[in-house]
Design a protein. Structure first.
Length: 381
């Protein structure tokens, strides 16, 4: 899942300070011809290897080092399962060394520092949200690649970051988690504005780190003025604050509603176990947050890492992503998340993708300052 930068301000500040010391990028290579869908494919800094050449290189490497939080993709058990599928897919016998790591923001800071000092990267593959990937991309930590030249599963240019140094693996649908035993039919809010109705006063929870409100403050969405005006009103409705992953508090009836949440996966997972939870995507805040994988330039096993990223877009790997997160990537054939998205679109939701390009476009905006003010409003409720 995407980890919001507001959750770890100290780590985010460390990454920002390190980033400020990063040398200017080399002159960009000439743009490649336009790819399918009218987008320009990222230029490759060098001639792309063939798929078979990468497979043979991965065979010689013989290992893949993965470091990410234990809660991501099932931790060590999930990594072992994915590597088993990866090996079957390519006829390899690559072993995986998985180490539970720090938060994605802390890992970003570490990778930036390793890049600057010429040390091997902690992990061969980085998994994280678009804002974290953008930070690494700006620092030139991730290696650009001409994925379309060799990767059999990276067929849609919309899966690539603007620099071609990361590939989207999954998307998540933040919105409104609600107690389905207390709310049904017309009583379920269908927009963020609905949460301001008198009948919901004292029944709503939000996060202490005000996830996604900074993104809503982008001029592409609500803008700063509207977000702050809304947050002042919503703070009067709040019964309390809860963290992502505490959905039991909604299921138990402590709160009836939770918004904005971190994605539909929290409600879906507990609902599959029998909890009275459901999820609604608000028409006026339909966000599609993305998580991507990229290979650090100083990865110890770059061939295996690149092949692993491509494998993550196979239906087999996507089914595992869905099993773990109740979401996958809607641009891929057979996507289950696409069904949920189309249902929301039929309910007049218009989605904005919180991808790497979104954070690149909004990099100069002071969205963190807006988030800090929303956080102050919520905490003084």
């Amino acid at each position: 899942m995407q980890w919001h930068r507001g959750c770890w301000p100290a780590a985010a500040l460390t990454a920002a300070l390190l980033l400020a010391c990063t040398p200017a990028p080399p002159a960009p290579a000439p743009a490649a011809p336009a790819a399918a869908g009218g987008q320009s494919a990222p230029a490759s800094p060098q001639e792309a290897p063939s798929l078979q050449a990468l497979v043979e290189a991965a065979r010689k490497e013989g290992q893949l080092t993965l470091v990410w939080s234990a809660g991501i993709l099932g931790g060590s058990q999930g990594a072992a399962r994915l590597i088993a599928g990866f090996n079957r897919y390519h006829g390899l016998n690559v072993s995986v060394q998985f180490t539970p790591g720090p938060s994605p923001s802390d890992l970003v800071a570490r990778l930036v520092q390793e890049q600057q000092t010429g040390r091997p990267a902690t992990t061969d593959v980085f998994w994280g949200g678009a804002d974290s990937v953008y930070t690494l991309s700006r620092a030139h930590v991730l290696e650009p690649a001409d994925w379309a030249a060799w990767a059999p599963n990276v067929r849609d240019s919309r899966l690539l970051s603007p620099r071609g140094d990361a590939v989207e693996i999954a998307s998540f649908l933040p919105g409104i988690t609600y107690n389905a035993s207390k709310l049904a039919g017309d009583a379920v809010p269908r927009s963020m504005d609905d949460l301001l109705k008198p009948q919901y006063k004292g029944r709503v929870a939000s996060t202490p780190y005000v996830i996604h409100f900074d993104s809503l403050a982008s001029p592409e969405l609500w803008g700063e003025e509207r977000v702050l005006a809304y947050a002042a009103k919503l703070s009067d409705q709040l019964a309390g604050l809860m963290r992502c992953g505490e959905h039991e508090r909604v299921a138990s009836g402590e709160f009836d509603l939770f918004a904005l949440d971190c994605g539909s996966f929290g409600a879906r997972r507990l609902a599959a176990e029998g909890a009275p939870l459901d999820h609604a995507i608000p028409r006026d805040a339909a966000l599609l947050q993305t998580n991507s994988m990229g290979v650090p330039r100083h990865a110890a096993h770059p061939a295996a890492a690149k092949l692993f990223v491509d494998y993550m877009l196979t239906r087999e790997a996507q089914d595992y992503v869905y099993e773990w997160y109740f979401s996958d990537h809607p641009l891929l054939p057979g996507s289950k998340a696409a069904v949920e998205i189309e249902k929301a679109r039929a309910d007049r939701a218009q989605f904005t993708s919180l991808d790497v390009a979104f954070f690149e476009r909004n990099e100069s905006r002071h969205l963190d300052q807006v988030a800090a003010e929303v956080q102050r409003l919520f905490q003084q409720r």
